[in-house]
Write a protein of this length. Structure first.
Length: 121
């Protein structure tokens, strides 16, 4: 949702954006209510249903972004040999090196972590 909004504001067209979880714990559910609330606060609507990353994502997409080192490690492990997708850390684009890790806010109480993640994205 945030990436789509950012690209639209930059007038970038003809880009397909999707979101997928590393793990399958919440597959089929809506996004965390704290995430939805944070997005709504910023005028964004989230209708996303959680899905898990699939092997074919590595051949269908040019880029796959991780939010932290654990994500990146797991993405490298899951990527089939010869994958088309380039694996990149989202925080390497526009964030200072000390802030490049976008912490998973799911495990925090309240919505503050979701606001922090939104601001980093």
């Amino acid at each position: 949702v945030v990436m789509v909004d950012t690209l639209e504001k930059a007038n970038v067209k003809d880009v397909e954006v999707d979101s997928a979880a590393i793990g399958g714990w919440h597959v089929g559910n809506r996004a965390d209510p704290r995430a939805i609330s944070t997005l709504q606060k910023h005028g964004l609507k989230c209708t996303h249903i959680v899905r898990q990353i699939r092997k074919q994502d590595f051949s269908e997409f040019d880029y796959i972004f991780g939010m932290d080192e654990d994500n990146m490690s797991e993405l490298r492990r899951l990527a089939p040999k010869g994958s088309k997708a380039e694996l990149l850390m989202l925080g390497d684009f526009g964030l200072e090196k000390k802030n490049r890790i976008i912490e998973d806010p799911y495990y925090e109480r309240g919505a503050e972590g979701f606001e922090t993640a939104y601001q980093q994205c």
